[in-house]
Design a protein around this ligand. Structure first.
Ligand SMILES: [Zn+2]
Length: 455
């Protein structure tokens, strides 16, 4: 009898689970099929569609806002009222997607397709899975009459990928009260698998800072039949060659040292020893040099600056009057773009090469490794994927997390949608997410939000 009851309970749980999956899938489908590219898409339609879902689920109109700077780039902000014992928890995702051309893809990027164990479509991995799950989670909580100890705020925003109506910046500047909270969960976490094996669940707590510089050499030029010794192209090329040989100093922060301490436990041999040694204060130089052979580790350990564009001269038969290069830097949090510029000047070592910053950088401090958040992520992650470690990480790229961190709202990138590290298609063609991985991520994020807001 007991056995029968527990079997029945199991069936009941499975049926419920399927209903949750069906709802999340339906919301996901709706989001994928709304084109939200900057060129000819529209985030307002997506924001309104999600608002309609919440209204239909019984959310009061007053708790759902569709707001933004212009009719094509609105954002959704929805509040799930809690008991008010703690400051709100913000659940962030962006609605916009990177451009996708039908002729580049093997399927229609704006049609939601389930095939071969994957959901296909632009935004399936970046970032509409998360947006769909946040909405599905709020609806599920409401059906359960769940009362969180704090308000939960879902913000689905415009122009994270580009365009000039970045929703997070706009909300912080114009409606801070709508999205103010203790901390935020966002994209940027990486749940990594390799050949079907789940490797690790990385929680992004820090990001490098993006800053490009324009290098320029000017010269009077002249006829190329009578070359002068002083040549703009050679001067710039020599400077760039010096830069190519330069490495910025190794520097670790709280996030990267913890990352290496934990990765050391998962690795073997020399790599494990090096990861352990580099996490020490001060970091072991030999270990850092060996690890730096991997471009990923190199980017974690130091600021990097690399030449990405070059242009010079104006005619085949004239001496160049200008030579220009773009150097793109990814700066460690805590280092200033001004410091990096002086390092560039010193390394280029030629007073004729001018160095000017392109646009103003947006440096952001790492979010503290909040033990409550990490303990909860670890607990739920090990319930769902026993033996898969949780590690804090620093993104070598950038997300909206930096604007949040700069506004004093610590932000953690956490996903639960496991993806093959050798086959990431965000921003690329035939973007997809595993069906199983999408449903697991849905359950993981649902439990996580509950775990972080339980009375
Ligand atoms: Zn994204």
């Amino acid at each position: 009898m007991l056995r029968l009851i527990s079997m029945l309970l199991l069936f009941a749980a499975a049926a419920d689970d399927n209903a949750d999956n069906r709802l999340a899938r339906e919301i996901f489908r709706e989001l994928i099929e709304i084109n939200t590219t900057d060129s000819n898409g529209n985030t307002t339609r997506a924001a309104e569609a999600m608002a309609r879902r919440l209204t239909a689920a019984g959310f009061p109109e007053a708790d759902i806002q569709v707001v933004g700077p212009n009719p094509r780039k609105m954002n959704l902000v929805a509040r799930y009222q809690g008991a008010g014992r703690r400051r709100p928890l913000l659940l962030l995702a962006h609605l916009d997607v990177v451009e996708a051309l039908r002729e580049d893809w093997s399927l229609d990027p704006f049609a939601f397709v389930e095939k071969d164990g994957y959901f296909w479509g632009r935004g399936t991995s970046d970032d509409k899975a998360m947006a769909a799950v946040w909405i599905a989670t709020l609806i599920r909580f409401r059906q359960e009459h769940f009362v969180p100890d704090r308000d939960l705020i879902v913000a689905l925003t415009a122009d994270e990928e580009g365009g000039d109506s970045n929703g997070v910046q706009w909300l912080l500047a114009n409606h801070r009260e709508l999205i103010d909270g203790e901390y935020a969960l966002n994209e940027g976490g990486e749940s990594q698998m390799k050949d079907g094996k789940y490797m690790l669940n990385a929680v992004q707590s820090s990001e490098k800072v993006y800053q490009s510089f324009r290098l320029e050499v000017r010269n009077p030029g002249g006829h190329s039949s009578r070359p002068a010794k002083d040549n703009a192209i050679y001067r710039l090329a020599d400077g760039l060659t010096r830069l190519s040989k330069y490495q910025f100093p190794v520097k670790l922060n709280e996030v990267t040292s913890e990352y290496y301490r934990r990765m050391a436990m998962l690795s073997t041999g020399q790599t494990a020893a090096d990861m352990k040694a580099v996490a020490k204060n001060p970091p072991d130089r030999g270990a850092a040099e060996r690890l730096s052979k991997s471009s990923y580790d190199n980017a974690l350990l130091r600021t990097t600056c690399v030449a990405t564009r070059l242009e010079a001269g104006h005619a085949d038969n004239a001496l160049p009057q200008t030579a220009r290069a773009i150097v793109n830097c990814r700066i460690l949090p805590g280092e200033s773009p001004a410091e990096v510029r002086s390092t560039l000047l010193r390394v280029l070592d030629d007073a004729k090469i001018t160095v000017s910053a392109i646009d103003k950088a947006n440096p952001s401090e790492p979010s503290p490794l909040n033990p409550e958040i990490f303990r909860t992520i670890e607990r739920i992650s090990s319930e769902m994927w026993p033996g898969v470690p949780v590690v804090p990480s620093m993104s070598t790229g950038a997300t909206d997390g930096l604007f949040m961190r700069n506004a004093g709202i610590p932000t953690y990138g956490v996903s639960g949608f496991f993806e093959d590290v050798e086959d990431t298609r965000a921003h690329g063609r035939d973007e997809r997410v595993g069906v199983k991985q999408f449903y697991e991520g849905r359950e993981f994020l649902y439990r996580l939000v509950k775990g972080l807001s339980r009375l």
